[in-house]
Write a protein that binds this ligand. Structure first.
Ligand SMILES: [Zn+2]
Length: 413
């Protein structure tokens, strides 16, 4: 088959679905979900199945020092950097069948489909499995793609410990996936990750394909309000220094600041002291989580929040201390990769829309070392990290077809 026939290449929807369902039996839960925590024996079984399927599809397997697996299908010119796709096989304790697994199985299906057609790409293709994406056993999340992307060092990753004191490195050795390959440091032509949206937007807008343009940036804060404890009955309303009132007013301001296009704002923790119903609260600790895909806009949210907090503090005789404890810069995906996904959806006649990822993904860290794009497909009611997580066979297949199209065109470019 010649290069011109790319649009005739078809993935096999049944095979993709059946593989997803078979994989989901490893760690399958009674409620229909999957519990396959990173670097457990179940994780090993899932990896082993993937490796076996890849070998049967003629791929060469390599494993790096953080347990990332790379299944390679040679191209016509193997001096070219590979076009890569992949995601993760680990799940949350109450995970579903699709988060992560879909991106890995979609990559495998691309290779199987190309084998069916006897189609050879110019550059080689690779399907990757990134270790410990979820971060529920070993924090932080996306550990191993982070090492690949140069965000974390190898030693940092290997020394992470789980709640029982077992290190990432020990657990990796135990399941036999402590590979010999250096992590990263080699050229990747492009990386595409297919994933369920994990949000409600595609379903609500009735679109099959999400063309992911960026992943949100995040700023996390810890905020301390100080006023003065005082008697609830004898202290007049004027002149009170109520720390909880300061927090309440800032929660409302933060909500207003977050209510801009693509903005997110969440106050999840609030601790007021001294927890007495007849004493005015003198101290309040609260958290704040701001997200936005545009760094400048995220900085404006920061500025508006700080100004609002200062104004509230001065109006109510309070002190406020704001500490930004975490910053994850927005990840704009590669313009060419984004355009390739959009063009493939258009060519296939699939309803699509541009979308920003609300969650972090392995692709965010791989994007630091390779041109990267993502493909989202809808999931039922936008629910994920839950055993009821579900997706439609047609949508899953459509996303895989777009992945094939984008990868092959990039590999031949
Ligand atoms: Zn995921």
């Amino acid at each position: 088959m010649s290069k011109q026939d790319v649009s005739n290449l078809r993935i096999n929807a049944d095979r993709l679905w059946d593989s997803l369902m078979e994989l989901a039996t490893i760690g399958g839960t009674e409620k229909g979900g999957v519990c396959r925590i990173a670097l457990t024996d179940l994780d090993r079984q899932g990896r082993d199945l993937f490796v076996r399927w890849c070998k049967e599809a003629g791929c060469e397997i390599r494993v790096d020092q953080v347990g990332n697996i790379f299944a390679r299908r040679p191209g016509r010119d193997n001096s070219k950097p590979p076009i890569m796709t992949g995601s993760h096989l680990d799940t949350q304790p109450t995970g579903g069948k699709f988060d992560g697994c879909y991106g890995v199985m979609a990559g495998l299906e691309v290779i199987r489909a190309l084998n069916d057609h006897g189609y050879e790409t110019e550059a080689p293709l690779e399907v990757s499995v990134w270790t410990n994406e979820e971060g529920c056993r070993f924090a932080p999340a996306m550990t191993a793609s982070g090492v690949f992307g140069g965000v974390f060092t190898l030693d940092y990753a290997l020394s992470r410990t789980d709640p029982d004191g077992v290190t990432f490195g020990e657990a990796l050795k135990q399941i036999g996936y402590d590979g010999p390959e250096a992590v990263g440091g080699r050229p990747v032509g492009a990386f595409f990750e297919a994933h369920i949206e994990q949000g409600p937007i595609l379903e609500r807008e009735d679109r099959t394909i999400g063309v992911v343009t960026a992943a949100q940036g995040q700023r996390w804060y810890e905020i301390q309000w100080t006023g003065m404890e005082s008697h609830a009955g004898t202290t007049p309303m004027e002149g009170r220094r109520d720390a909880l009132l300061g927090a309440a007013l800032l929660i409302a301001e933060a909500r207003r600041i977050g209510a801009r296009p693509n903005g997110r704002s969440t106050v999840g923790v609030i601790e007021s002291k001294p927890q007495s119903r007849n004493t005015i609260p003198g101290r309040v600790f609260m958290t704040l989580d701001f997200r936005h895909p545009d760094d400048a806009e995220l900085a404006r949210m920061d500025g508006e929040m700080r100004a609002a907090a200062a104004r509230i503090a001065s109006e109510h005789g309070l002190e406020v201390k704001i500490e930004q404890i975490w910053y994850f810069p927005p990840t704009p995906f590669d313009a060419k990769c984004v355009a390739a996904v959009r063009a493939a959806a258009e060519k296939a006649g699939l309803p699509h829309m541009d979308i920003v990822s609300g969650a972090g993904h392995d692709a965010c860290y791989v994007a630091k070392v390779a041109p990267t794009g993502m493909i989202f497909v809808p999931c039922k009611d936008g629910i994920s990290h839950n055993e009821v997580e579900d997706a439609r066979k047609d949508d899953v297949a459509a996303g895989c077809q777009i992945l094939l199209q984008a990868m092959v065109e990039r590999a031949n470019a």
